[in-house]
Design a protein around this ligand. Structure first.
Ligand code: ATP
Ligand code: MG
Length: 432
């Protein structure tokens, strides 16, 4: 164990949220040990602003509750105390021990997954329950030092992500650690230690045992944190993407052309750019993009069987979503919004009469228009159609009337089919 004194590290109290400091100080005053731990220490050492602040203490959740009025005990798998300050929540976890004989408090599935872990212990024991060495650093409020049992400070300096203990066993205990490895590697720009990396390829399948609700939370963290493109590439590299989105992965594997991949990358880039600009990200938009290709395959199959377009889209959406929610529990309001965006793709091709006006009124119009634009940018839709809608939105009444009028010569205005639009050939096109 090594202690880095205040002068040997760069964390200053001015970077720590006032509410987290309050929690640490109050616990200290009540006679308990209190540390900042986990991602916040890791991020502070990088000079980044932490997403949230986690506290570890030797006080039990009940004792924490006695110290704070604004406190609630949560969790079954891991019991924790949440201390509320308006919108900010400080998570206070009691040190975990390892009493493997205490079946009431600790429960391990036959596949090695830890299902319950409520044995309390000391800091020294708590350290080894954490995932990565850089996540196992403790900032002590008593003397502002950093306590390091695992070599986390050195790994941090070397930009290495190293799982504690035997990697294979740790992934079996909790397969989500594989997703966390990818997420942190991308976010921090760290490399996975070779031994941390090696088992992932073979163990990717075990992610399938994780409850769908937990995977939903993890998927949002993976894709909506500003590093979607790199995360997607790395998940594919390790075979993890195929477990999360099997239908999408199958499409990416079998497509001979680059369109589906390009579209996905564009959608992820777009959301990364929005994130960087501080704009809000809605999960449904990206999820709609992630499942667009499987939807298209199902739609085409139904159309070939002679279904009409509306029915084909509806049945295909039911089919694709029913399979996906078994793996990733997307809430109903999210799947409904995904359907809206999908179904509007077909409706956006109708630019005559009163329909365009009605579409403009729909709550998901803007998302559907953005979605169409991404498709057009990657050869999946007619760019002329995007232009039409761009003009229509800013046109005055008179202009809009002209735009939606049926063609004068009586011939029906050609309707842009919502079939695969594959853009113009890039090379070797016929001379004009
Ligand atoms: P961030 O909050 O930036 O996403 P984090 O490292 O703080 O990253 P949390 O999910 O907030 O991640 O977890 C806080 C800490 O709890 C981690 O740093 C780690 O020490 C521990 N931890 C979280 N999940 C696991 C896990 N599945 N296995 C082992 N330890 C974990
Ligand atoms: Mg955290």
């Amino acid at each position: 164990m090594r202690i880095y004194s205040r002068s040997e590290h760069c964390i200053s109290r001015s970077q720590i949220s006032d509410n987290a400091l309050k929690v640490l100080q109050r616990l200290k005053k009540a006679g308990f040990e209190a540390y900042l731990v986990g991602g916040c220490v890791r991020d502070l050492l990088l000079g980044r602003e932490p997403k949230d602040f986690d506290v570890a203490t030797n006080a039990s959740p009940e004792q924490v509750k006695q110290v704070f009025r604004n406190c609630r005990i949560i969790g079954r798998r891991f019991r924790l105390a949440h201390v509320f300050f308006g919108k900010e929540i400080i998570e206070v976890a009691t040190f975990r021990g390892s009493a493997e004989d205490d079946a009431d408090r600790q429960l391990v599935h036959e596949d090695g997954r830890v299902l319950r872990d409520n044995v309390f212990g000391t800091l020294e024991e708590d350290v080894w329950r954490r995932d990565f060495t850089v996540n196992a650093l403790y900032y002590n409020i008593r003397d502002f030092s950093v306590v390091d049992y695992t070599g986390g400070m050195q790994d941090h300096a070397d930009a290495v992500l190293r799982l504690l203990g035997d990697p294979e066993r740790r992934y079996r205990e909790d397969p989500v650690r594989m997703l966390r490895a990818v997420r942190f590697a991308v976010k921090l720009g760290f490399k996975l230690h070779p031994e941390t990396e090696r088992p992932i390829f073979a163990l990717a399948d075990s992610l399938g045992s994780i409850p769908a609700a937990r995977l939903y939370d993890e998927v949002l963290k993976l894709f909506l944190a500003g590093y979607g493109v790199q995360t997607f590439e790395l998940l594919r590299h390790y075979g993890l993407f195929a477990i999360l989105f099997p239908e999408t992965d199958a499409c990416l594997e079998t497509q001979e052309h680059e369109f589906p991949r390009l579209f996905l990358i564009r959608a992820l880039e777009n959301s990364d750019t929005r994130f960087a600009a501080g704009k809000t990200l809605t999960p449904y938009f990206l999820l709609a993009a992630l499942l667009w290709e499987p939807l298209q395959c199902a739609v085409q199959r139904l159309l070939q069987r002679g279904e009409n377009e509306t029915i084909a889209y509806q049945s295909a959406a039911n089919e694709v979503l029913a399979k996906q929610v078994k793996i990733i529990a997307m809430p109903r309001h999210i799947t409904q919004a995904m359907r809206d965006v999908w179904f509007m793709q077909a409706k956006l091709t109708r630019t005559v009469g009163s329909r365009p006006y009605r579409l403009l009124e729909q709550p998901k119009f803007r998302a559907a228009y953005d979605f169409l634009q991404l498709r057009a940018e990657t050869g999946g839709a007619d760019p002329g159609l995007v232009d039409w809608w761009t003009r229509f939105q800013s046109a005055d009444d008179e202009e809009q009337r002209k735009m939606t009028a049926p063609p004068k010569n009586g011939a029906p205005k050609p309707r842009t089919k919502n079939r695969r639009y594959r853009g113009k050939p890039k090379t070797g096109g016929a001379p004009t």
